[in-house]
Design a protein around this ligand. Structure first.
Ligand code: TR5
Length: 144
C-alpha cells in the first residue's frame, strides 16, 4: 500500500511535469485559437456570462469546483497579458470586472482566485488572453 501511494505520488508529479512541458511547448504564433471557435459557437461551451465584449465559459479541465475562463471576444493582439498595450486598458478592466460578475453568479464571492498565465514559463497553453476564475474549495498558497 505504501509503495502504491508513493508511486501514485510519482505518477501525479510526472503528469504535472508532462502537462507543464506540453503547455510550455505551445508558442504564441498569433494564429487563431480554439477560443475563436468557442466565441463563434462553432464549438459548444457552457456559457456562464456574456456581453458584447467578453465571453465566460466553463473550463473543459476544471481545477476547482468552479473554473470559468473569461476572454475578450476580440483578441486585438492580446494573445497573452505580456503583449498588453495602453489601448487594451479598457478591455483589461472589463475582463476583471466580468470575473467578479462570474464569481457572484457562481456563488463564490466569499473567496475566489483570478489567474492569468502569460507565456510558456507560466504554462500558458492557449494564446488568446483568458482569466481563470477559480473557487468553490479552499485555495492554497503559493500556487504551483
Ligand atoms: O493553460 P492556460 O492558462 O493557457 O489555460 C488554457 C485553459 O483552456 C486550460 O485550463 C484548458 O483546460 C482550457 N481549455 C482548453 C480547451 C478548452 C478549454 N476550456 C473549454 N473548452 C475547451 N475546448 C473546447 N477545447 C480546448 N482545447
Amino acid at each position: 500500500l505504501h509503495f502504491r501511494r508513493a508511486m501514485s505520488h510519482v505518477n501525479a508529479r510526472n503528469d504535472e511535469e508532462a502537462s507543464a512541458k506540453a503547455a510550455a511547448a505551445n508558442v504564441d504564433s498569433g494564429a487563431p485559437t480554439i477560443f475563436d471557435k468557442i466565441i463563434a459557437k462553432e464549438i459548444p461551451s457552457t456559457i456562464v456570462y456574456e456581453d458584447e465584449k467578453v465571453l465566460a465559459f466553463r473550463d473543459i479541465n476544471p481545477q476547482a469546483p468552479v473554473h470559468v475562463l473569461v476572454i475578450p471576444k476580440f483578441r486585438d493582439g492580446l494573445t497573452q497579458l505580456g503583449k498588453a498595450e495602453a489601448r487594451h486598458e479598457e478591455i483589461l478592466g472589463h475582463l476583471l470586472y466580468a470575473s467578479k460578475i462570474v464569481a457572484e453568479k457562481e456563488g463564490i464571492l466569499d473567496g475566489f482566485r483570478v489567474v492569468i498565465n502569460s507565456g510558456p514559463t507560466a504554462c500558458q497553453s492557449v494564446y488568446h488572453l483568458h482569466l481563470h476564475v477559480l473557487g468553490g474549495r479552499q485555495m492554497k498558497w503559493p500556487p504551483g
